[in-house]
Design a protein around this ligand. Sequence first.
Ligand SMILES: Nc1ncnc2c1ncn2[C@@H]1O[C@H](COP(=O)(O)OP(=O)(O)OP(=O)(O)O)[C@@H](O)[C@H]1O
Length: 771
Amino acid sequence: MANESVQAEARGALEHEREYVHGLYHRLDELREEKREQLRRVRSTGAIGSRQNQSERDSFATLYEDRLAQLDAVEERLAFGRLDLESGEDAHRYIGRIGLTDEDQTRLLVDWRAPEAAAFYQATAFDRHGVSRRRHLTLRRRDVVSIEDDVLDPALAEAEGASQGDGALLAALNARRTGRMGDIVATIQAEQDRIIRAPLPGVLVVQGGPGTGKTAVALHRAAYLLYAQRERLRRAGVLIVGPSDAFLRYIDRVLPSLGETGVVMSSLGRLWPGLDAAPETSRETARVKGSLRMADVIRKAVAQRQRIPAAPRVLEVEGTKITLTPQQVRRARERARQGHKPHNEARETFVKILVKELAEQLQEILEASGGAGNEADRAYLVEDVRSSRDVRVALNLCWMPLTPQQLLEGIYTKENIRRAVTPGFSEAERDALARPAGAPFTEADVPLLDEAAELLGDFDPSAGRAAAEAKAQAKRDLENAEQAVRNVHAQLSEEGIDGFIDAEALAAYNVVEGSRGTAAELAAADRTWAYGHVVVDEAQELSPMQWRLLMRRCPMKSFTVVGDAAQADAPAAAGSWGAALAPFVGERFTLAELSVNYRTPRQAVELAERVATDAGLRISAASAVRDADEAPVLASVAVATELPDAAVEAMAAGLAAVPGGLGAVVTSERNVTELRRAMVERFGARVGTGAGDAAAGQDVLVMSATEAKGLEFDVVIVADPGDVVRDSDGGVGNLYVALTRTTQWLGVISVGEDAPAALLPVTQAVGASTD
Ligand SMILES: Nc1ncnc2c1ncn2[C@@H]1O[C@H](COP(=O)(O)OP(=O)(O)OP(=O)(O)O)[C@@H](O)[C@H]1O
């Protein structure tokens, strides 16, 4: 009887939530319709009026389109929680992806990032934050299908016979992976929430073992900061840096699903606008190019292009001979350098000084021979000198205008230049910089191009002035937008949604040179853009030169840096956070740690940790939240030629054990092609081409451990672990990454005895019973 009444109460509670959530969706639909209507009205005004009116109209249209897109993005799991408070006006507080109010401004849903929602993530039975009950709502489409309560108030718990539950978290962790990362708003854990809501200024480093949610936390922190610090970050923008395009594709749905679209995402190879650079293939070259010594090399290479001729040089101007002396050049160079301007800009001063001096010389010669007398003639003389071919050649030889690309090309392809700018390098290091003319720039060149651009300045200084004018125009646009906001304030009332529109937001949506340009698009195309905050994922891989570039992108030095020192593989990686950051911020960074592995089942974590610690790797141990149904399957083949067949069998077994799962073979670079071929033979079109971006229906992937970094799969086969170790300078770091990619099922296939001992199958003694 008692049982029946509990069930009836539960049904009643579910029904209540269902109705409430239907009401929320109803409100969402109303708001969408409002936005659509506003958009229709703005568009129907047609292309009439002044340029300013049209640009205002375009701005509003873009703004409404984005608002609409934002409202569409929160369709799935709009609400996911409820807090019951011990006191206060709103006894029930619903938590969701965005904030919603009704027409009377009564709050219906609290944005997960609002301070009032923090208790949803922070409250525990020991520290209740005024919460008596936390309720998780599970939705299917628009319907609440189940609720789960954490009753934090002991008296209530006793009365209801309820207890704490982590069903929502476990359900999320056990869900099949799709090849794209999802958000975790509904189940952010307290240690993660503290990091997400940490204050904006300064450098925050989040260290944690594999699967502790570093990537998830970094992305949710970006969304949080854009909400909580909207004023400061909206115009300057937020940059998210990841190791590769595949990784960025893996995470690119998370922020839109949190209603944030205006962030700039970039892989390390794309941080130089317009370039899509592939990773450096030679590890030695990557190491040399990543070292801070290269800053000095670039500085020397620039200085080397400001030369003093060894002897006086005779130049012909309109049939008259004049002389350029080394002393003159030296003096002009000193004066030009005094301005501390970049090379190409300082060159203007250098040229101006020498042209003037040479024109004076020419005038003296002409006067001595009875020619050229008045002011007008003198002006012509300056022009004659400036346009003389001899003078141009001579001045260029002394101080050549240069692009960053030309500067690097010179170092890489000309032995004499290379030797001159790399004192202190070993021959092998110097050779590592050599490459054939015209070879494409690599990821390791990106920070060097950036460094060179800083020192060279604009190739065409008048282009720099055009850029300054564009910035001034942007400012004028902002002022226009402010006026527009005042004019149409009523139209802008965004009743019902948290957040607001103001002139800056509007200006950020302004039409730029005929194409739609949001602040994010402008920032991505501008090497000198100063971001308000930078998030760096897999940051353990960054070289000192990459750090130097990123520090330049955020002069305020406001960073969220996430990574795991033990997973470092890049040849120029620093090895510790202190060593990586010291050159830029000294010891001024805050370290936060994550300690729970949400991805990998306990048995796989233990195996990976044993392999790492046996090899002396210092790891951040993390406890796993759950167990796998099956222990990792360890197997071996006698010879490498048997590896493809064995990997195919293991994949079939893994996918059978985890129906609907996503599988990946993780192996050494060398094995990828052969293993992919074998998989295609068996699984056909189900085999995807890349890491992190499997198309629908592609549930079998093959990749190297380096490519697998940051990703996860339900079924993982680590093939040829011995060779995976050899892929990395850092020893077993890569193998540790490979072993921790699984969410459910792990298989390891070694070749012979070529693997760390912990991964070798336990062989049965000959003659031992097999039953
Ligand atoms: N609070 C949480 N609720 C639900 N899922 C979570 C939570 N925290 C982490 N996860 C899940 O755990 C998995 C691992 O997270 P993530 O990729 O962010 O870890 P990581 O620390 O970046 O790992 P690695 O260093 O191995 O790349 C992801 O599927 C993520 O969604």
